[in-house]
Design a protein around this ligand. Structure first.
Ligand SMILES: [Zn+2]
Ligand SMILES: [Zn+2]
Length: 404
């Protein structure tokens, strides 16, 4: 259990996570960390099985802790089909079929992978009431410690409440070897946190929404560290990998402390996730989450900058002003790391902003502008600015070998 006292109305925050291990060679400690479990169901995909799953399986087997393993196809998506597969394979059939017997569940689900595998296992863990943990293979998103999982269900992406990981094990050597698009995705997911907290502050003041200053500050601090670390990520510097991993885990922890993704997801996620859903609706495989969110962050920054210049609402101006230096930092970082774009078409870009407003029930600058009757005008106006300042290449141009 990780807990802290607080000055907000909740007074105390706690999550059931028992161990967070971020170190070189961390996977060798898996049997020690998971001692007490004897029927561990290991889930990986073909890629994550190669980089970590096989070794974890060996270790668990040596210690008589393994029930069985399921290896999903490479880059398996967190969709209803894969949730179903994990659920169907979770139990082990006994030799003698007993019509009156309940299925023999594992006593633990161990996800070996990053976003997709983790979200898939987290959902199954929640539904069948079996604890789960994760061996993370890439610092690509902030969902390791989260309490929600965005899952693809038909042509919809729905955010479900799920189980929180009991154990989070990050082997820095493995994470440092992760494909670069996944590292960039982690940066993209993280830079948006400034937007999320600013949206949260605006809603606190306009709608009297619950707000926790301590959580907000923790997220902002982790974001600052991640931005610094991002400059040396491409060289696979272990300190940078550590800072990125820890920042992403902390962000997830804050989601869990809060009980919702409010501290980590605002306008940038609503736009990025709308683009993801548009792909799904068209039968395409969605792009990496953090890459979409990164582009959504640039859009949000320019929406806020424009509002700051034009608004006569002194209170909103004051709130935005605090974040202007952070916006400058993100703009400078983008000039170096050049997060590629997934959406360059103007109509699609604008549709993401307009539909993003209602992606979920969450008050953001998108609703603020809509209520003023200005959302369309703003969406139209920021397109050229975003393309000019932040766009260098598309994801496909930059990473042609990537499957998605
Ligand atoms: Zn609090
Ligand atoms: Zn995210």
């Amino acid at each position: 259990m990780i807990e802290m006292d607080c000055t907000c109305v909740q007074k105390h925050h706690a999550i059931p996570t028992e161990v967070i291990e971020v170190s070189e060679g961390a996977i060798e400690k898996v049997p020690e960390i998971l001692k007490g479990y004897h029927r561990i169901f290991l889930v990986a995909d073909e890629n994550t099985y190669d980089v970590a799953g096989r070794r974890v399986e060996e270790l668990l087997s040596e210690h008589h802790m393994l029930s069985h393993t399921l290896v999903l196809p490479a880059q398996a998506l967190p969709n209803a089909e894969n949730v179903g597969k994990v659920l169907m394979e979770a139990g082990r059939d006994t030799d003698v079929y007993d019509i009156n017997a309940f299925s023999f569940n594992p006593d633990y689900i161990l996800a070996v992978g990053s976003g997709s595998i983790n979200d898939t296992c987290r959902m199954v863990s929640y539904r069948i009431g079996v604890p789960y943990g994760v061996v993370g293979t890439a610092p690509s998103m902030d969902g390791y410690a989260s309490v929600v999982a965005p899952l693809l269900n038909g042509s919809k992406k729905i955010v479900y409440t799920c189980t929180i990981a009991r154990h989070i094990i990050i082997d820095l050597a493995i994470n440092a070897a992760a494909p670069y698009p996944l590292l960039l995705s982690g940066v993209g997911d993280m830079i948006g946190k400034y937007i999320a907290i600013l949206d949260w502050e605006i809603s606190r003041d306009r709608n009297d929404e619950y707000y926790c200053e301590k959580i907000a500050n923790m997220v902002l601090e982790a974001t600052g560290q991640c931005i610094e670390a991002s400059y040396t990520l491409e060289s696979r510097d272990l300190n940078a990998i550590r800072a990125a991993s820890e920042g992403l885990i902390l962000s997830g922890e804050c989601i869990a402390f809060c009980g919702s993704s409010r501290p980590a997801s605002g306008t940038e996620h609503m736009i990025g996730q709308t683009w993801e859903v548009m792909d799904v609706e068209e039968g395409k495989i969605p792009n990496l989450h953090g890459i979409e969110v990164g582009e959504g962050t640039f859009v949000a920054i320019e929406l806020f900058r424009k509002l700051y210049r034009e608004t006569e609402d002194a209170h909103i101006r004051g709130l935005i002003e605090k974040y202007l230096p952070a916006f400058d930092k993100i703009e400078a970082l983008q000039k170096t790391i050049r997060i590629p774009f997934t959406v360059t078409d103007k109509a699609r870009f604008i549709e993401g902003i307009l539909r993003g407003r209602t992606f979920r029930v969450r008050y953001t600058i998108l609703q603020y502008l809509y209520d003023l009757g200005k959302l369309e005008e703003y969406a139209e106006a920021v397109y050229d600015v975003v393309m000019e300042k932040y766009y260098f290449n598309t994801f496909r141009e930059r990473f042609p070998e990537w499957q998605r």
